[in-house]
Write a protein that binds this ligand. Structure first.
Ligand code: ADP
Length: 404
């Protein structure tokens, strides 16, 4: 068997997270993050790197990084001085890319055409796609012609039917500006729905699963026969559930009322409010972090209680809606920071859904890891499955590179 070592990269505008995988054992050999790339004067002097080789303490250093390529070069040095002996041991690089538009329904080997397509999607993912492409170009610069694979957050959702992804706006705008539901967290929804089928010992074909990815950003997907048929995020990751700082779905007329009242003339300022100052933070006025909200709830804070209630109520409505969309539901999966760790939110989200055969056992619900929390007699399986997007990126990269 050919064992590959694959570097997984998630590049942001001034940061770059990485993990080095051994694909045979799915072991993470090392992981870390380059922060403050391009920040500080002289150029990039504010750079900082955290590097954790498996089983060893985290190493931290200030390291000037004018560009992402400088970061990658340093990461390769750190890897070769801790867990591998030379760069040639790294067989391929897998990249998380936020937006693949309607161009990608799966992961692909990076070519000039793919780079051009990622660029065409800049208007759809203006904060992430340029950074993701920078990460790809940085690896080319620092690691030569090593094979690279792009794994898109949107890809899994490309199987949605047109009536699920179409917005009811004048059709010419939809076509001209590529406005439609794309959905995000696709790598996570794909992974946990496949893991759920495996856990239940069933073929994904024939299963109706609602996957709830609940973290700082949250989305829910309806997965039928192993394929996504609907999801809560839309053209951008702003739609759907109220999130840490994002509003989620709302009446678009609210924008006019707030902008007129607050004398906001710039629509992007309004969108910043909806993306960064709304959601749990906006309702509670306390924090976007669910742990802070739970602490405030424990002290009886009314707005923290309201924020959490809005969140769990929205989850419940999506579970009901997606059960209706699929003509039933066999399994509900909770994942990501909140979904994996917060038993109270899981319990509240399914409270009152006994009529659909969904209920959680309070004792089982207090366990961690991959766990079946279904109450005795519950018709619908309720599972908690830790997500692992980096592992999926490494596996897709392995599959594509092995076929070269
Ligand atoms: P991201 O969307 O940034 O990937 P995560 O999936 O890591 O986010 O989720 C982050 C959220 O998970 C935070 O709001 C945090 O409060 C919450 N969280 C993490 N651990 C716990 C925990 N033990 N109990 C409750 N909430 C938790």
């Amino acid at each position: 068997m050919v064992v590959l070592k694959i570097l997984v990269i998630n590049a942001g505008s001034s940061s770059l997270k990485y993990q080095l995988f051994n694909t045979d054992t799915a072991e993470v050999l090392a992981k870390g993050v380059c922060e403050r790339i391009g920040i500080g004067d002289p150029a990039g002097s504010g750079g900082h790197i955290k590097h954790t080789p498996a089983g060893k303490p985290t190493m931290e250093e200030d390291f000037p990084m004018p560009t992402h390529a400088d970061g990658i070069r340093r990461v390769v040095e750190l890897l070769t001085s801790t867990v591998i002996s030379s760069m040639s041991e790294i067989d391929a690089v897998g990249h998380r890319v936020l937006h693949g538009g309607a161009e990608f329904s799966g992961s692909v080997l990076v070519t000039d055409d793919v780079k051009a397509a990622i660029k065409r999607c800049f208007p759809l993912g203006p904060l992430h796609n340029p950074a993701n492409l920078t990460g790809i170009l940085a690896c080319e610069e620092a690691m030569g012609d090593i094979p690279q694979v792009a794994v898109f957050d949107t890809a899994f959702h490309q199987t949605m039917p047109d009536y699920a992804y179409t917005y009811a706006i004048p059709h010419e705008y939809a076509e001209k500006y590529k406005i439609r539901r794309y959905g995000f967290h696709g790598t996570s929804h794909r992974y946990v729905s496949a893991q759920a089928a495996k856990f239940l010992g069933k073929d994904p074909v024939g299963l109706k699963i609602v996957t709830c990815h609940l973290g700082n950003g949250s989305s829910i997907a309806a997965v039928k026969d192993g394929k996504c048929v609907d999801t809560s995020m839309g053209l951008t990751p702003l739609e759907g559930l109220p999130m840490g700082t994002r509003s989620g779905v709302l009446d678009p007329a609210i924008l006019e009322t707030v902008m007129n009242g607050e004398k906001i003339t710039d629509i992007s300022e309004m969108l910043t409010i909806l993306n960064k100052k709304s959601g749990m933070l906006g309702i509670s006025g306390i924090s976007s972090d669910f742990r802070d909200l739970l602490a405030a709830k424990a002290k009886g804070d009314a707005r923290a209680i309201l924020a959490l209630k809005c969140f769990t109520y929205a989850i419940k409505k999506y579970i009901g809606a997606y059960a209706a969309a699929m003509g039933g539901v066999d399994c509900v999966v909770f994942t990501a920071g909140v979904g994996e760790n917060n038993a109270d939110i899981r319990a509240e989200a399914v409270e009152g859904l006994e009529f659909m055969g969904i209920s959680i056992d309070p004792v089982k619900n207090n366990t961690r890891g991959t766990v079946d929390v279904t109450a005795e007699g519950g018709k619908v399986k309720v599972l908690v499955i830790p997500t692992d997007e980096e592992f999926v990126i490494a596996s897709d990269t392995e599959e594509i590179v092995k076929a070269l």
